[in-house]
Design a protein around this ligand. Structure first.
Ligand code: ADP
Length: 258
């Protein structure tokens, strides 16, 4: 664990430093205020896991105890925190790299139907999704858009992750694809905990969480939806949400058809 943890941690800290340095020097789209808030939020989010890593490592180094189990637990804690920081930093990098732009080399014809089938099949085998019943409704023909297949998959996976995180055991999640005039429409529908009306306008903001405690328990940083929104708008599309507390949520992505 130590051999794994040290490079992971150093890598994460290095990437975080690079990213935060980069964003301070390259204010591409965001206004100065937004940028300042984002940098402050990102630093804040990185600070508490870093403190946990430092204090656990320091305690381990200074301790004279020969209790192997206690040491193992400490390394386990460091490992878990570093892994979660790794996710956060990857998400920050994703946001920074694709700030409203798609590189022309990454654009290709994407058949959303076959991508969604693959995503749903892969998703249902994951441990985290085992408590859910995932079904999908697809059109008979293919649905082609022009885009970056990796990013489009990431957008759908983020919505499925949320449907999964915010639904109790036995929850129903539906993945739907259809076309409407010149648009491809993807819907992720869950019958989970829902989102209060007052929070709906904010959930696509970076680091916004409806209930901080609740999201902490599920490990969220409040970045998933802002990433989805960024990906969708970079593809010339739009994302919207309808939700009722205790009833569930419907996230809808529309993308221009090729
Ligand atoms: P997080 O990592 O916290 O899940 P997101 O940006 O993906 O961050 O979502 C922002 C917030 O929106 C979440 O913290 C959660 O409160 C709420 N949310 C998102 N999707 C759902 C959903 N399907 N059901 C209920 N609440 C949701």
């Amino acid at each position: 664990v130590l051999l794994l943890t040290v490079p992971v941690t150093l890598g994460v800290i290095g990437l975080a430093g690079w990213y935060l340095g980069g964003i301070a020097m390259q204010p591409i789209r965001d206004s100065y205020d937004q940028l300042q808030r984002f940098t402050a939020d990102a630093s804040h989010e990185l600070r508490s896991p870093l403190s946990a890593i430092i204090s656990n490592a320091q305690y381990g180094l200074l301790s004279k105890s020969h209790d192997i189990e206690a040491q193992r637990q400490r390394f386990g804690k460091i490992f878990d925190v570093a892994k979660s920081m790794n996710t956060l930093v990857n998400n920050l990098l994703l946001l920074a790299r694709h700030a409203g732009r798609l590189s022309s080399e990454s654009l290709q014809k994407v058949d959303l139907k076959s991508e969604l089938v693959q995503i749903a099949d892969e998703y249902t085998t994951q441990e985290a999704a085992k408590h859910l019943n995932l079904t999908y409704t697809l059109p008979t023909g293919s649905v082609i858009v022009l885009g970056d297949v990796g990013l489009l998959r990431q957008a759908v996976v983020n919505l499925l992750d949320n449907a999964c995180k915010y639904s109790p055991a036995g929850g129903q999640v539906q993945l739907r694809l259809f076309t409407q005039s010149h648009w491809a429409v993807i819907e992720v529908i869950d019958n989970g905990i829902g989102i209060p009306e007052a929070d709906l306008p904010h959930i696509f903001e970076r680091f916004y969480r409806v209930d901080k405690k609740r999201s902490r328990k599920t490990g969220g940083y409040g970045l998933g939806l802002s990433i989805v929104q960024q990906i969708v708008s970079a593809h010339g599309g739009h994302i919207s949400v309808k939700s009722v507390v205790e009833k569930g949520s419907t996230f809808q992505i529309i993308l221009p058809l090729k």
